[in-house]
Ligand binder design. Structure first.
Ligand code: ATP
Ligand code: MN
Ligand code: MN
Length: 301
């Protein structure tokens, strides 16, 4: 076979005009990682993260005093983020219109980090048309104590079932306990249809393999199983975005991987914010080319 073309080295990290204060503040007490180190991580990966993080409504997990102190999930702007964090008006169920947040460049990311943000979670739809999802996410939530092997197998099986109906999907390590199976979509169907697809797909799977899966929201039904959280795919819901640092022990990162890599992994946490260089190098490697990309729409189920 012909050798694969060489991929260009990632561009050096750009400078942000946003000034990060209290760089020495420890925000991961178990490993001593600081706000400055988190900021440097985000500055380094911004060129590869913006493809996913940019131009979609986001919610933030902010932990101003570090991950071990009070953290909160923020959906709307209270006016404190400055001009680099933008607004998109979203009509809520009750008819009110709320300004949701989005960023579209390095400064936007850094402005959030300066405000104590650790995690960025995104809608499955772009700001350009928030009613039409451009991705679907199967969030696999294993019951407490369940082996990673089980999660892995579940993700692989979902990958297979999706392929059977003509859909390409990719694994994302959540940085937590689970794996997300990401299905890119050409924006065309609206939220109700996408949610309905995710729900029917998840329920069918739970019905055919009730020992392994549940799509039931009630926690008591999850004993020893993997919960298929199809509600990640309803309007207004968010999922963690690729390259986002988690506010969890030792600063794990949500990381795109290949199906082959998933097969070889022994634990859910493979990368941390100390791995920016590795993640940048991987992002331009042949194996990850095309990760998260596919020109496809949902079939009729
Ligand atoms: P894990 O692999 O450990 O499950 P995860 O990112 O999938 O990691 P979940 O607990 O399954 O975490 O949460 C799923 C999603 O729900 C999150 O990615 C986030 O977008 C959203 N979420 C988390 N906390 C809140 C919250 N307080 N309010 C609303 N949505 C939230
Ligand atoms: Mn901007
Ligand atoms: Mn999850």
């Amino acid at each position: 076979p012909a050798p694969l073309p060489e991929t260009p080295a990632p561009a050096p990290a750009a400078q942000s005009k946003i000034k990060i204060s209290s760089r020495d503040r420890v925000i991961y007490p178990e490993s001593g990682l600081t706000k400055g180190e988190l900021a440097d991580y985000y500055a380094a990966v911004a060129p590869i993260a913006l493809r996913w993080l940019g131009n979609r409504p986001i919610s933030l997990v902010r932990c101003p005093q570090g991950r071990a102190k009070h953290c909160f999930f923020q959906k709307h702007d209270a006016g404190s983020f400055g001009d680099d964090v933008h607004h998109v008006d979203v009509r809520e169920k009750d008819g009110s219109v709320e300004p949701y947040l989005y960023v579209d460049d390095l400064d936007g990311i850094m402005a959030c980090v300066q405000m104590g943000t650790i995690e960025f979670h995104g809608w499955g739809a772009p700001v350009a048309d928030i009613e039409k999802p451009d991705r679907l996410v199967f969030d696999l939530d294993p019951d407490e104590g369940l082996d990673f092997e089980m999660v892995k197998k579940a993700a692989q099986d979902i990958h297979g079932h999706l392929a059977d109906i003509g859909l390409t999907s990719w694994p994302l390590l959540s940085g937590g306990k689970g794996v997300h199976v990401v299905v890119p979509l050409i924006p065309s169907a609206e939220w109700p249809a996408v949610r309905s697809f995710a729900e029917r797909f998840s329920r069918a799977l739970a019905q055919s393999e009730p020992e392994r899966f549940t799509a039931n929201l009630k926690k008591v039904t999850r004993k020893g199983k993997i919960f298929l959280d199809y509600l990640r795919n309803q309007r207004g819901a968010t999922a963690v975005l690729p390259y986002v640092a988690r506010a969890r022990e030792n600063a794990p990162v949500a990381a795109p991987i290949t199906w082959t890599e998933l097969g070889k992994l022994e634990a859910a946490k493979a990368y941390t914010i100390r791995d920016a260089d590795k993640l940048l190098e991987r992002a331009t490697s042949p194996a990850l080319q095309g990760w998260g990309e596919a020109e496809q729409t949902l079939p009729d189920l």
